[in-house]
Design a protein around this ligand. Structure first.
Ligand SMILES: [Zn+2]
Length: 269
């Protein structure tokens, strides 16, 4: 009886994977990377990321890690407005297991920092926020990830608060995609209209800038962080959608990292 039962299981597994081989192959690396690290206070949690893979050691011993708590800042005398040239572009929304990610097909959005051009690749959301201000954690944080031709990264971040109870225009726009992909790990959906992030940023906001890292393994350093100083509005319902990314409710925010000798610069609008 036991042998028969295990044979039946084997046949079932084999035939279901045989039906969708292409899909399974595409989904596998994403699934694997999600399972490799987590946010709980356990063996795969943030405190242990450095020990999970050799290439992730910097998560533990790096001196320029992100996120950080923004408290002491150095106000800059000269005005340096953000140089953004974003355009509408075709994009897909993905459920990466630990977050939702909107990915543009072609790099038509650019952020210029000190004469260097970084192309907008993708946007994803953390719930609650990873960066904190004077110890205050906000309900969510959006990361707009840019890359230059040498693969150097610059991330533009927006913090969201539900305090005012006002909905976010961009989260309303993306709402139907978050809902469709809720709980569907590795799910992907084409966004119907070209997505233009120009209006996603408050032009009357100043920003903080510091030298940091990716906030997920491999925690690679050399990332230029720009954090909008004005907190954006979102409704509670919009934040709750982020909790639906997996069936397991798991906040996806890494705790604040030590600043060491770094300086956080503040640029007024
Ligand atoms: Zn992020």
């Amino acid at each position: 009886m036991a042998a028969l039962a295990s044979l039946a299981v084997f046949v079932f597994t084999f035939s279901s994977s045989a039906i969708t081989p292409a899909r399974a192959a595409e989904a596998l690396p994403l699934h694997k990377s999600h399972e490799a690290f987590g946010y709980e206070n356990d063996t795969t949690g943030p405190a242990n990321w450095a020990t999970l893979q050799k290439e992730w050691a910097i998560c533990g011993d790096g001196k320029r890690q992100s996120p950080i708590d923004i408290n002491k800042v150095e106000p800059q005398k000269s005005k340096t407005p953000l140089m953004l040239t974003y355009k509408p572009g075709a994009a897909t929304m993905q459920n990466r297991g630990h977050d939702f990610m909107l990915k543009w097909k072609d790099g038509n959005g650019k952020l210029t920092i000190e004469g260097k051009e970084y192309t907008l690749q993708q946007v994803h959301w953390h719930e609650p926020s990873e960066h904190t201000i004077n110890g205050t954690r906000f309900e969510a944080e959006m990361h707009m990830v840019h890359e230059d031709p040498s693969k150097a990264r610059a991330v533009l971040s927006v913090l969201f608060s539900t305090k005012a109870g006002l909905p976010s225009k961009l989260l309303t726009e993306m709402g139907p995609y978050f809902k469709n992909l809720a709980g569907k790990e590795n799910g992907e959906e084409q966004v119907k209209q070209p997505v233009d992030p120009t209006t996603w940023l408050d032009k009357t906001s100043g920003y903080y800038r510091y030298d940091g890292s990716l906030t997920t393994p491999p925690c690679t350093e050399g990332v230029i962080w720009t954090i909008m100083s004005k907190i954006a509005d979102a409704s509670k319902e919009q934040i709750d959608v982020f909790k639906s990314v997996t069936k397991r409710v798991e906040p996806n925010a890494r705790p604040a990292q030590k600043l060491y000798d770094r300086i956080v610069r503040f640029y007024e609008a």
